[in-house]
Write a new protein. Structure first.
Lengths: 119, 113
């Protein structure tokens, strides 16, 4: 089974701190994604990466940066945490459609999430 | 950009009752994914629909994609407490650098005994 793991389930940080959220997948997926989930707003894409060292902005990249030095690891960085970044953060990965056994599927596999509170 | 609207936003049903959740897209759907999320956890893939008129079932959950490919419905028969959670639909969104999913805002389902 595909496994996507996130470094922490719960995290509490102070305003202004630099925060690192780590995500690791074990199925050699090319694509990796970071979302945040807030009540009433659903999942919103922050950044995604379709290859090592490649990144693309999602819908809400402001205040965030990412790093992908190795294929299996995708990090989300909050340079200076603010209270409005308190949220549930979800990482996901997927194959390139048309490869492997997924045929044309673009299914994303999700980690368990990190609930971040910024005080 | 593509937008997905889910209805209802929340639903409370009695155990044993049937229910339907809808997902309507502002653009043609080329791939529609249904996920389930238990509170405070990650998303679990349920099923994916691609072709107009397609219907798939898994246990007591059936999903359909309408012929015009702009709406999908998720139907649960004889609901159980294990069905409780948040249901999200996601649609394929193609970009130059990779493939993304756009998600709806979710439907929260509670099943009462």
């Amino acid at each position: 089974d595909v496994k996507v793991t996130q470094s922490s389930r719960y995290l509490v940080k102070r305003t202004g701190e630099k925060v690192f959220l780590e995500c690791v997948q074990d199925m050699d997926h090319e694509n990796m994604f970071w979302y945040r989930q807030d009540p009433g707003l659903g999942l919103r894409l922050i950044y995604f990466s379709y290859d090592v060292k490649m990144k693309e902005k999602g819908d809400i990249p402001e205040g965030y940066s990412v790093s992908r030095e190795k294929k299996e690891r995708f990090s989300l960085i909050l340079e200076s945490a603010s209270t409005n970044q308190t949220s549930m953060y979800l990482c996901a990965s997927s194959l390139v459609p048309g490869t492997g056994t997924q045929s044309s599927y673009n299914e994303q596999f999700f980690g368990p999430g990190t609930r971040l509170t910024v005080l | 950009s593509q937008e997905l609207e889910q209805s209802p936003q929340s639903l409370i049903v009695q155990e044993g009752k049937n229910l339907t959740i809808n997902c309507t897209s502002s653009k043609t759907l080329y791939g529609l994914y249904w996920y389930k999320q238990k509170y405070g956890e990650g998303l679990i893939f349920l099923m994916m629909l691609q072709k107009g008129g397609e219907e798939k079932s898994h246990e007591k959950i059936t999903a359909k994609l309408d012929e015009k490919k702009q709406q999908s419905s998720l139907h649960i028969t004889a609901s159980q407490p294990s069905h409780a959670g948040i249901y999200l639909c996601g649609a394929d969104t193609f970009t130059g650098g990779g493939n993304k999913l756009t998600f709806g805002t979710g439907t929260q389902l509670k099943v009462e005994l």
